[in-house]
Design a protein around this ligand. Structure first.
Ligand code: P53
Length: 479
């Protein structure tokens, strides 16, 4: 049974996002994105979001790992590992530097033509996220991000421009990265990266989130509709950070709390997959008098623009208890998290739960009856380069192996329809959450430290050869 293989056409690959690796933040007329105004933080030290780019501050995304100039070398290494696909995003600000222009920026479009051609040369299928925490900063300053209905049109223009330009090169798309992460509406970083909201203490962050999220969901649905007109073969997915939520005990209040937390957090994909808001969210918005602007026309769009598949990231599970807050009073799931005594934690305190991935694959299948695509999974860890240049990362191999064993069970024993697996940060890049380089995910090491020193040289870690073998054997050999 453990010999069972993954499907033959399974999309093995790796995932990155433009702002975390491309660098070249002003090349070819690129504009300033929200990622360009975020400083470097550290473990438990949040990144600062500055009012524009302030000289003298450290903005790690400005240079990334300079993939913009190294992509040929990097794609060649992906091909050497045997990648069948490569997930990246299109930096919105390369195509529309300010976000509200009527004409696209040709130099930006050309860069992605070149990158996708390079992938296709090795039969690597590009898998593209349209908006991965990369909104033009101008749209934040001038319009308030997705608090403003006008931003829907700007996103749809960006999306259709990309669909038209790359319709013969890209088949797999996702609209917004981890759209559900803004359910943590008191988190400045997540709100700014997801929908371009800058929180201020006087406003009701939760009401603001439901409004911005609605406009974003409408923008996503409109993009799906337009995309299908441009190429009916497109597969356009949602992208969520799926986090299964467990009750702290079998106490009924804890079990109800786990369900409530799931309803507060995981409703975004309900709207994108079903085409309408779940009853519990409608009731919650009503009872709190949030009164978001949701028109009848919007509801029709949501119905017509449902997704083809579910792309999701999986890093950890979450445990909640009803001890501090009663289930009916829950607004922010972050408030009720307790630590899970049965799982280990990473150096950044992310809980490691491989079984939770099998559980997630089944839960999503049961809820949506759609194909799934694991578009992120992985371990952020510190790596050490030996004197001979080798990098031994058995912890990363162990993490990925344990998760893939569970994925294989979901596919071969549970009948889950899984399109592919793209571990996060297949090449070391800037951490989204902390802005660090030292929180590494890659199979490929990049010589650069948290202060920005290093010659950017690429080298293969032990996990590089391990993943190469996994792909070569279609996942039969995970050792
Ligand atoms: P890092 C948490 C915080 C920030 C981004 O995260 C996150 C998450 C996980 O839910 O989402 C994804 O770099 C994201 C990537 C990111 C990756 O997780 O903080 O889609 O952009 O790099 C890993 O370790």
């Amino acid at each position: 049974m453990t010999e069972a293989k993954f499907p033959k056409n399974f999309l093995w690959g790796g995932a990155v996002a433009a702002h975390q690796l491309e660098g070249a933040w002003q090349a070819g007329g690129k504009g300033v994105s929200v990622a360009d105004v975020m400083t470097a933080g550290a473990n438990k030290i949040p990144r600062e979001i500055t009012a524009g780019v302030i000289p003298g501050k450290n903005y790690p995304n400005h240079d990334g790992i300079d993939f913009y100039h190294h992509y040929k070398e990097d794609v060649k290494l992906f091909a050497e590992m045997g990648f069948k696909c490569f997930r990246t995003s299109i930096a919105w600000t390369r195509i529309f530097p300010q976000g509200d222009e009527s004409e696209a920026n040709e130099a930006g479009l050309q860069f992605y033509d070149d990158l996708f051609d390079e992938c296709l040369k090795y039969n690597i299928e590009p898998v593209v996220t349209l908006a991965h925490f990369e909104m033009p900063y101008h749209l934040v300053e001038e319009y308030g991000g997705f608090a403003n209905r006008k931003v829907i049109d700007f996103f749809v223009r960006f999306a259709t421009t990309c669909f038209k330009r790359y319709k013969n090169k890209v088949k797999y798309w996702m609209t917004f990265n981890e759209i559900d992460n803004q359910s943590r509406f008191n988190n400045d970083f997540l709100m700014c990266t997801n929908s371009g909201l800058l929180l201020n203490n006087d406003s009701n962050n939760e009401a603001a989130m439901y409004q911005a999220a609605h406009y974003e969901l409408v923008a996503s649905a409109l993009a799906v509709k337009e995309g299908k007109k441009i190429n009916s073969d497109f597969m356009i997915g949602t992208m969520i950070n799926f986090t299964p939520i467990y009750p702290a005990t079998s106490k009924p209040a804890d079990v109800l709390m786990a369900q409530r937390a799931d309803q507060r957090r995981n409703w975004f994909s309900d709207v994108q997959c079903w085409g309408y808001y779940p009853a519990n969210v409608e009731a919650y918005i009503e009872r709190n008098d949030f009164r978001p602007d949701i028109t009848e026309e919007d509801r029709i769009v949501l119905k017509e623009g449902t997704v083809d598949y579910i792309g999701f990231s999986y890093y950890q599970s979450m445990v909640v208890s009803a001890d501090k807050v009663a289930p009916d009073d829950l607004s922010d799931p972050e408030d009720v998290i307790v630590s899970n005594p049965y799982v280990e934690k990473s150096d950044w305190d992310w809980e490691i739960d491989p079984v939770g991935l099998r559980y997630s694959l089944n839960a999503l299948t049961d809820r949506y009856h759609l194909p799934l695509f694991i578009v992120e999974n992985g371990l952020g860890a510190v790596d050490k380069v030996e004197n001979d240049g080798s990098i031994h990362d058995p912890y990363r191999i162990a993490y990925l192996r344990a998760h893939l064993e569970e994925v294989r069970k979901a596919v071969t024993l549970d009948g889950v329809d899984l399109m592919g697996y793209t571990p996060w940060g297949c090449i070391d890049l800037v951490s989204a959450g902390t802005g660090q380089m030292s929180k590494r995910y890659g199979f490929i090491y990049v010589n650069k430290d948290d202060e920005g020193n290093g010659d950017l040289a690429r080298s293969r870690k032990d996990s590089f050869y391990w993943y190469q073998k996994v792909i070569k054997t279609d996942g039969a050999d995970l050792n």
